[in-house]
Design a protein around this ligand. Structure first.
Ligand code: PAF
Length: 282
C-alpha cells in the first residue's frame, strides 16, 4: 500500500494506473475508520483493479470549530486497517496542500438539497463537502466512488454534483453499518462517554418503532411521537426528526407517497451530534 501526501505525486500515480488499463475505485474518508468504511473498501476492491482511499479532515465542511477540533484522528491505526483491507493507495494530504489559497469557490446550485435537514442546521457544510469531493475526484480521477448511506443527504448532494458537472465517475452507495445494538457506525461515536454509548441505541430503536408505526399514525403525529420518545431521555436533544421523500427530501404531509418515505434525524447526545436515517416502507 502506498501512502501519498502530495497532489502531484497522486495525480501522476493515477495517470499511470489508468494508462496500464486499471480501473480505479475511490473511497473518500475523514479517517477514524470503522467497519462501515472498510465495507466500502471491500466493495471497491470487488469491482476495481486499484482501490484508493483518502484520509483528509476537511476543515471547510465544519460549521462548528469545536467539532473540527474534536474530530477523532487515528492516522496510524487507519493506515494499518487499510493495509489489512487490501487498499492500494492512501492519499493523506495536509490542509495547505489542498487549500493553498484559502477558501475556494464553487458555483453550483443545489436547489433545496443543501438547504434542508443537515443543510439548515450546518450552513455551508454541503458546499464544503462538494468542494473537497470535486477536488479529490480531479486529483484521483476514479472510475467508481463509494459512499455510505448513513450520510444520506451527502450522497444526494454528490450525485447532483456529478450530474451537473458531468463528472466521469460512477457513484455507488453502501448500507449503513451498525453496532450490535443498532447504533449507526460513525467516527464521532468515539467521542461518546461510556454512559452515553450505552444509551445511544435509542436513536435506532426509535427509527425501528417509527417504521412499525408508519402508515398507522398521521405523519405529523408520528414525527412528534419520535421527537418526544428520544427527548424523554434527558441526555438526548433532537435537532430534527423528519419524514421526507427520499429523492428530493421534501417533508411528507401524508402517507400518499409512502413508498419513498425516509425518516431522517440528527440528535445531540451530550455534545456529540449523531445522524441516522431509515427507509420506512422498504
Ligand atoms: O463522509 C465523509 O467522511 C466526508 O464528508 C467526505 C465525503 C470524505 C468529504 O470530506
Amino acid at each position: 500500500m502506498k501512502v501519498v501526501t502530495k497532489i502531484s505525486e497522486m495525480t501522476k500515480a493515477m495517470l499511470e494506473e489508468h494508462r496500464a488499463g486499471n480501473s480505479i475505485g475511490f473511497v473518500p474518508t475523514m479517517g477514524a475508520l470503522h467497519a462501515g468504511h472498510l465495507s466500502l473498501v471491500e466493495k471497491s476492491r470487488k469491482s476495481n483493479r486499484i482501490t484508493v482511499c483518502s484520509i483528509f479532515v476537511n476543515p471547510i465542511q465544519f460549521n462548528n470549530k469545536k467539532d473540527l477540533e474534536k474530530y477523532p484522528r487515528n492516522l496510524k491505526e487507519d493506515l494499518g486497517l487499510l493495509d489489512a483491507a487490501g487498499c492500494d493507495y492512501v492519499f493523506t494530504p495536509e490542509t495547505g496542500e489542498i487549500y493553498p489559497a484559502g477558501m475556494p469557490v464553487l458555483d453550483i446550485k443545489f436547489g433545496t438539497l443543501d438547504k434542508v435537514l443537515e443543510g439548515k442546521f450546518r450552513p455551508g457544510h454541503f458546499k464544503g463537502v462538494a468542494i473537497i469531493v470535486k477536488k479529490l475526484f480531479e486529483i484521483i480521477s476514479p472510475d467508481h466512488a463509494y459512499f455510505g448511506l448513513k450520510d444520506y443527504q451527502q450522497l444526494l448532494v454528490i450525485r447532483h454534483l456529478v450530474s451537473v458537472l458531468k463528472l466521469p465517475v460512477q457513484i455507488h452507495s453502501c448500507p449503513t453499518f451498525r453496532e450490535p445494538d443498532g447504533l449507526a457506525m460513525s467516527s464521532r461515536n468515539l467521542r461518546l462517554t461510556i454512559g452515553e454509548r450505552e444509551m445511544a441505541s435509542l436513536i435506532y430503536e426509535t427509527l425501528c418503532k417509527v417504521k412499525k408505526k408508519a402508515g398507522h399514525l398521521p405523519v405529523k403525529e408520528l414525527r412528534q411521537w419520535a421527537i418526544k420518545k428520544i427527548n424523554s431521555n434527558p441526555a438526548f436533544s433532537v435537532e430534527y426528526f423528519e419524514i421526507v421523500n427520499k429523492y428530493d427530501l421534501h417533508s411528507l404531509q401524508s402517507w400518499r407517497e409512502k413508498e419513498n418515505a425516509l425518516a431522517v434525524t440528527a440528535v445531540f447526545l451530550g455534545d456529540v451530534r449523531l445522524i441516522d436515517n431509515m427507509e420506512l416502507f422498504s
